[in-house]
Design a protein around this ligand. Structure first.
Ligand code: IPM
Ligand code: MG
Length: 353
């Protein structure tokens, strides 16, 4: 098949892991006879440096024309002055809104070989296989913001239709898995969470009566994710809670460097990014873990290009490299010699064919 894919390397380790994802996609194209074309565009701090704009118009144009968009990471200390007029993260938020990708799917699967890489005890995390569905284009991230000398505010807004559509995405996913859905809110304090809970319960009762459902307050959910992570199948939650809980959940899998994400809307065009950030402390050193980026490329193949077999093959190649004991520094244990980003990528690609 033919497909145009926009690559947005961004900042920090973003360019390094994007290069790994790009190589994986090119290998898939060679092995399976596809014709993928790639456009590389600026976003985030790199775009601010060149154009003063974290999301230049030609970046948006290329993304809109593409079948899928891959993003490395944005942000870094160079652009994080609290008084800065423009910030790298704005570029990413605007892009999510432009693409209408309201559903951020973050799978957390603990690989047996990496159980020892997690700071958590094996008996808690063995067999963990959950997906967090994070609402991505609403809530406090997108509400009106104000700031003067002595006061600042961020408005958190949710509309009924935004809650309904994300709950449907999560419920359908759960139907295809273990049929369990947990909705996370803060309904004891926040009005938006009370609406969230009402609309979620109504939507589930009306459209998904067979689903095994549960509701948790976000503070309790943070605890249950550590005390009984295996119990979770699909978790659905609002934008900021999802941001926080997925960083926490990543430690179940051993490292942020293992976790991919897919951001989807009503069309097949999606935005794919590793959940880790730009990690400026290790940028340019060729030590970052490319697994999350390559696994995000697999999600791109599956969800935007409809290439399930190719996606499975990429995921199997990651598992094969990990199974063979290849480790980047973030997942290496005492006595294991870590490999570089490039070598980890080579080993994964060699398992691809
Ligand atoms: C994420 C990141 C972003 C977010 C930042 C970079 C704006 O933390 O994708 O989880 O908060 O959504
Ligand atoms: Mg985050």
């Amino acid at each position: 098949m033919e497909a145009l894919i926009t690559l947005l390397p961004g900042d920090g380790i973003g360019p390094e892991v994007t290069s790994s994802a790009h190589r994986a996609l090119k290998t898939v194209a060679d092995v399976y006879g596809h014709d993928f074309r790639f456009e590389v565009r600026l976003i985030g701090g790199a775009a601010i440096d060149e154009t003063q704009n974290p999301l230049p118009p030609d970046t948006v144009a290329s993304c809109m024309e593409s079948a899928a968009v891959f993003l490395g990471a944005v942000g870094g200390p160079k652009w994080s002055d609290p008084h800065a007029m423009v910030r790298p993260e704005q570029g990413l938020l605007e892009l999510r809104a432009e693409l209408g990708v309201y559903a951020n799917i973050r799978p957390v699967k603990v690989m047996d070989e990496l159980i020892g890489a997690s700071p958590l005890r094996a008996e808690y995390i063995e067999g963990v296989d959950l997906i967090v569905v994070r609402e991505l284009t609403g809530g406090i991230y997108f509400g009106k913001k104000t700031r003067d000398e002595s006061l600042a505010s961020d408005l958190c807004v949710y509309h009924t239709h935004e809650i309904e559509r994300i709950v449907r995405v999560a419920a359908r996913l759960a139907e295809g898995r273990r049929n369990k859905l947990c909705s996370v809110d803060k309904a004891n304090v926040l009005e938006t969470s009370r609406l969230w809970r009402d609309v979620t319960n109504q939507t589930l009762a009306r459209e998904f009566p067979e689903l095994d459902t549960e509701t948790l307050l976000v503070d309790a959910a943070a605890m249950h994710l550590l005390s009984r992570p295996r119990d979770f199948d699909v978790i659905v939650t609002e934008n900021m809670f999802g941001d926080i809980l997925t960083d926490e959940a990543s430690m179940l899998a051993g490292s942020m460097g293992m976790l991919p994400s897919a951001s989807l809307g009503d069309s097949t065009r999606g935005l794919y990014e590793p959940i880790h950030g730009s990690a400026p402390d290790i940028a340019g050193l060729d030590v970052a873990n490319p697994c999350a980026a390559i696994a995000s490329a697999a999600l791109l193949l599956r969800h935007s290009l409809g290439l399930a077999e190719e996606a499975d093959a990429v995921e199997a190649a990651i598992a094969a490299a990990i199974g063979a004991g290849v480790r980047t520094a973030d997942i290496a244990r005492d006595g294991e010699t870590p490999v570089s980003t490039t070598e980890m990528t080579d080993r994964i690609l060699s398992a691809l064919g």
